[in-house]
Write a protein that binds this ligand. Structure first.
Ligand code: NDP
Length: 452
């Protein structure tokens, strides 16, 4: 074992001991640490300055009670979180997730990933994340509004356009952002548009923000494929999920000539050999807020596969590209085996940490191109940063201009990951490229800013 690997292993043991029961956080840290041996050997100052230890410890963690009243007059209690992980590059920036599975370890894993993702965008934003174990499913608009108002009644003390700027994530879309911003404005008594991103486009939001994560992930995929002599044109693609990221990923894949033959939600998947019809999907998931089985009811060419993931489509059909766009650890080793048998040549993460470590190892060993979420899905936060820029100069840019900025950012992220991987002797290893490029940028800023 080299001195660098020994140091990394020792710090990882400390992370396990200091953060018990936070399996997802451990997984996210390990994934980054696994790329850093070469970096610490080349730059011993990162170890001398205890950057590994510092970067794993959030600058601030806020946990608070969120009381609200349901439609029957019953008082409900949820738990709210905001983890302000690292501000070396700018104000903390990262979304809010409302889902019953959310606990401190979830928010820490997402916040940790966010530090490096935000660095990769090349924009001045630090890393943070937040959320609640509140379940928005089946709640009325009134209940959602009261919950969001209560959440913000505490959160407003900790955020601000130069301090910490939340946005959406799972369970937090345009409706929730509206209620959260409204309450912030009421309490703070000022119209501080840059305090939150993902706003409605008529009141300070940026065009393309809604589409940005899905579009950006597809731009990244196209660059990755092109760099390796292929492209999305004619590719058969599976996309998991049918929420914000999945929906716009499907739209852009179709625009670039690919065919998405499967999508899913938490109740099952649909296989549609003629390609997912976005009008039907929009009606089912965004208008009716129904289960994905309804898609198969409304579309003759589609079949519903209840209780199984979208990767099961690969049992019987050729698949060229897989894009997990739903949630963490949704593509495991068995799924990777299935995809490899079906001929997959690229897997790109639209979601955060959707591929298990064993599945990543299997795919990389088989020579499959693998685009990690912290690079591939960075288009969402990058466009949030563009929203902050527009807010600060009180301007709003056209769709075309903003999409062109997004496309340029994704091209740069791809080039940075590919170039860094090459520089460190692991060409085509986008995981190592993303981790090393993000880490070194944040580490250099931390050293420059002293021991704080
Ligand atoms: P949404 O809430 O809009 O959509 C999530 C989708 O995933 C829904 O279709 C949901 O189904 C589905 N889903 C949840 N759990 C499972 C599961 N176990 N199996 C299959 N499907 C499941 O969230 P987003 O699209 O915004 O986020 C998706 C992922 O992308 C998350 O990991 C998020 O952190 C990440 N991300 C999002 C960004 C953004 O800008 N929105 C930016 C960067 C990353 P159901 O309808 O049944 O709940």
């Amino acid at each position: 074992m080299s001195p660098s690997s020994k140091r990394i292993a020792a710090v990882y043991d400390q992370v396990l001991a200091r953060n018990p029961g936070e399996a997802e956080f451990h997984q996210a840290v390990k994934e980054v640490f696994d790329s850093l041996d070469r970096v610490l050997t080349r730059f011993p100052e990162y170890a001398e300055e205890s950057i590994l230890e510092r970067i794993c410890e959030p600058e601030r963690q806020i946990i608070f009670r969120v009381p609200w009243t349901d439609d029957h007059g019953r008082v409900r209690i949820n738990r709210g979180f905001r983890v302000q992980f690292n501000s070396a590059l700018g104000p903390y920036k990262g979304g809010l997730r409302f889902d019953p599975s959310v606990m401190l370890g979830t928010v820490k894993f997402l916040g940790f990933e966010q530090i490096f993702k935000n660095a990769l965008t090349g924009l001045p934003i630090g890393g943070g994340k937040g959320g609640s174990d509140f379940d928005p499913k089946g709640r009325s608009d009134g209940e959602i509004m009261r919950f969001c108002q209560s959440f913000m009644t505490e959160a407003y003390r900790h955020i601000g356009s130069s301090v910490d700027v939340p946005a959406g994530d799972i369970g937090v879309g345009a409706r929730e952002i509206g209620y959260l911003f409204g309450q912030y404005k009421r309490i703070a008594n000022r119209y501080e548009a840059g305090v939150i991103t993902g706003k409605g486009t008529s009141w300070g939001g940026s065009l393309v923000r809604t589409e940005a994560t899905g579009y950006g992930a597809v731009f990244f995929t196209e660059h990755m494929l092109k760099a390796n002599g292929r492209g999305l044109d004619g590719a058969r693609v599976l996309v998991s999920g049918s929420g914000n990221v999945a929906f716009y990923a499907i739209e852009k894949i179709h625009a670039l000539g690919g065919l998405v033959i499967g999508a899913s939600d938490s109740s099952g998947a649909v296989h549609d050999p003629q390609g997912i019809d976005l009008d039907v999907l929009r009606e089912v998931k965004q208008v009716q807020r129904a289960r994905i089985s309804e898609y198969a009811q409304q579309r003759d060419s589609a079949e519903f596969i209840g209780g199984r993931s979208v990767w099961s489509v690969a049992e019987k059909h050729r698949v060229d590209v897989a894009m997990p766009c739903a949630t963490q650890n949704e593509l495991d080793d068995d799924d990777a085996k299935l995809l490899l048998k079906a001929g997959v040549s690229a897997v790109v993460e639209g979601a955060n940490m959707p591929t298990t470590p064993a599945a990543i190892d299997r795919l990389r060993d088989a020579g499959t191109l693998f685009g990690p979420g912290k690079a591939a899905n960075a288009g969402g936060v990058a466009t949030s940063a563009l929203e902050m820029q527009q807010n600060s100069i009180r301007d709003s840019w056209s769709f075309e201009y903003t999409e062109a900025r997004l496309a340029e950012i994704m091209e740069n992220i791809h080039a940075r990951c590919a170039g860094t991987a090459e520089d460190y002797g692991v060409p085509r290893d986008y995981v190592a490229g993303a981790n090393i490029a993000g880490f070194t940028q944040v580490a250099d800023a931390m050293i420059a800013q002293g021991v704080i």
